[in-house]
Write a protein that binds this ligand. Structure first.
Ligand SMILES: [Fe+2]
Ligand SMILES: [Fe+2]
Length: 157
């Protein structure tokens, strides 16, 4: 992991996932079978990103600040549930090869993601960077790297 800042590292992952999703949307318009593996990458990548946050990064914040049930991470956890709901609904359409209503679901997902990522990048990640030292972050990044795939790779393939 090149950066030792949560902001830089996680921002890059947001951008990486945004690009895969964009590519999926473009490809889907001409071929759903070709788009399917892209959605697979996006879904499992975003699920991994969410586990990184919920199981590794947010607990650091919650421990340092004592804010758990009423702080920013509880809002983020709630939004993750919405995001995962959209992922499953889109996933179903992709597997069925059914494009009916899929654009609306994708727009809905993007809408939630946009605000969500903005709050993480502008408030939460910098705050976590402020609450931690380099050593603690290195430890967290190592845990993220070694996260067992079965924690996030739930998809159809
Ligand atoms: Fe998040
Ligand atoms: Fe995030």
């Amino acid at each position: 992991m090149s950066s030792n800042k949560v902001l830089e590292f996680m921002e890059k992952d947001h951008d990486r996932l945004d690009k895969i999703f964009e590519e999926f949307r473009k490809t889907k318009d001409t071929s759903m079978p070709k788009a399917r593996p892209m959605f697979h990458d996006f879904k499992t990548g975003l699920q991994r990103h969410i586990v990184w946050e919920e199981e590794i990064l947010f607990p650091i914040f919650e421990k340092e600040t004592g804010m758990r049930d009423s702080g920013p991470t509880s809002v983020m956890r709630l939004e993750h549930r919405q995001i995962k709901g959209f992922l499953e609904e889109i996933h179903k359409k992709v597997v069925e090869g059914n494009a009916d209503g899929i654009d609306e679901l994708e727009d809905g997902l993007l809408e939630v993601l946009k605000g969500h990522n903005y709050k993480e990048e502008n408030v939460l990640y910098p705050w976590i960077d402020k609450e931690t030292n380099e050593q603690e972050r290195t430890k967290a990044f190592l845990k993220m790297k070694n996260l067992p795939p079965e924690k996030y790779n739930k998809c159809c393939e």
